[in-house]
Each structure stands twice: as structure tokens, then as C-alpha cells.
Ligand binder design. Structure first.
Ligand SMILES: CC(C)(COP(=O)(O)OP(=O)(O)OC[C@H]1O[C@@H](n2cnc3c(N)ncnc32)[C@H](O)[C@@H]1OP(=O)(O)O)[C@@H](O)C(=O)NCCC(=O)NCCS
Length: 151
């Protein structure tokens, strides 16, 4: 497979619709775009044969010290792989890439939030070393973990 992971150019933001339903999640799409433009979110895409099939983002300030500490702890957001392309190693490659980017940016810790019933994601994060549970909580989407990894 001919593939690469690249920083998302905001002018290509609409191409993420190949990965997830941006119309159905219009509010979310709008919020993420605004964060990209503000510089608080950096998004990366997995492109295979010219098609966007996976996405991951780094967020610098989540306004929650569990998730972000300036210059030290960075938050991983919106890891998602197109349904038909799952279980082929794309998610793993995106996490590895995000860790490398965060290291390059000088961060030593990486946090993530994941629903406790999201077994695929928890298994992937555990494998990748997100082995410290910072918090177990509940929001409108149900119970979730805040996980941490030293990078
Ligand atoms: C979580 C997600 C990003 C994984 O992407 P992926 O490309 O399918 O993951 P990979 O193929 O790299 O899998 C890596 C490992 O994760 C675990 N994993 C991934 N999908 C799994 C599944 N359906 N069941 C069990 N384990 C799974 C496995 O350990 C897998 O390794 P293996 O295939 O060698 O057994 C994908 O399922 C997804 O987009 N889910 C919806 C969005 C989401 O929940 N994102 C996380 C939000 S916190």
C-alpha cells in the first residue's frame, strides 16, 4: 500500500468526510475546525492511494490539568479510522506518529480520554503504553477513563 501520514492542511478539512460523517456531526466538525485555525489543535491524516482513511490530532490546551500541562503534557484527540479500513494497523501507525510529533515538540507526557466500553481503543492505547489511569468519570456519553503515557 502506498501511504503517508501528513499534517492536515486546513484547506483540505472537508476531505475528512471520507473518514467520518461530518454532516451528521456538524457541531463537532465546526469546533475542531475552529481549534485548528486557532492553533490549539494540530491534525494528521493517514493518506493511502490519495484517500484520507484515518485521522489523529494533538491538542495543546484542554483547560483541564489532567489532560494538558503547558510544555509537558499534550492531549490526543479524535483518533478515528474509516470503518472499512479498520484492523489493518492504521490506528497503531497514527498513535506512533502522534507520539513522535509530541516528542519533537518537547512534550514528555501524553493523555487521552476513552469510553470504558470502547474495547478496540483501550486495547490499542494499552499496547501503546497508556498504562496510567488518571481518572474514571462519567459524562453525557457515559463512563470514561483519562489515561496517561510517558513519552
Ligand atoms: C480505535 C480505532 C482507531 C483503531 O483503529 P484500527 O486502525 O482499526 O487499529 P489497528 O488496526 O492499528 O489495531 C491495533 C490494535 O488495536 C486493537 N484493536 C483494534 N481494533 C480492535 C477490535 N475491533 N477488537 C479488538 N481489538 C482491537 C488490537 O490490539 C489491534 O492489534 P491487532 O490487530 O494486531 O490485534 C478504530 O477502531 C476506530 O476508528 N474506532 C472508532 C473511533 C474511536 O473509538 N476512536 C478512539 C476514541 S478514544
Amino acid at each position: 500500500m502506498d501511504y503517508r501520514i501528513i499534517g492536515l492542511d486546513p484547506s483540505n478539512y472537508g476531505k475528512l468526510a471520507n473518514i467520518w460523517d461530518m454532516e451528521r456531526h456538524a457541531e463537532l466538525a465546526k469546533r475542531f475546525y475552529a481549534e485548528i485555525i486557532s492553533g490549539n489543535r494540530k491534525s494528521y491524516v493517514f493518506e493511502a492511494e490519495g484517500e484520507y482513511i484515518g485521522e489523529i490530532s494533538l491538542v495543546f490546551d484542554k483547560n483541564d490539568p489532567d489532560y494538558t500541562i503547558a510544555g509537558k503534557r499534550i492531549y490526543v484527540s479524535r483518533l478515528i479510522v474509516k470503518l472499512s479500513e479498520r484492523r489493518k494497523g492504521v490506528g497503531r501507525a497514527l498513535v506512533d506518529f502522534a507520539v513522535e510529533k509530541a516528542r519533537e515538540l518537547g512534550y514528555s507526557e501524553m493523555s487521552i480520554g476513552v469510553d470504558i466500553d470502547n474495547y478496540p481503543a483501550i486495547r490499542l492505547y494499552w499496547e501503546k503504553g497508556f498504562d496510567r489511569i488518571l481518572f474514571v468519570g462519567e459524562d453525557e456519553d457515559g463512563k470514561y477513563f483519562k489515561l496517561l503515557k510517558q513519552i
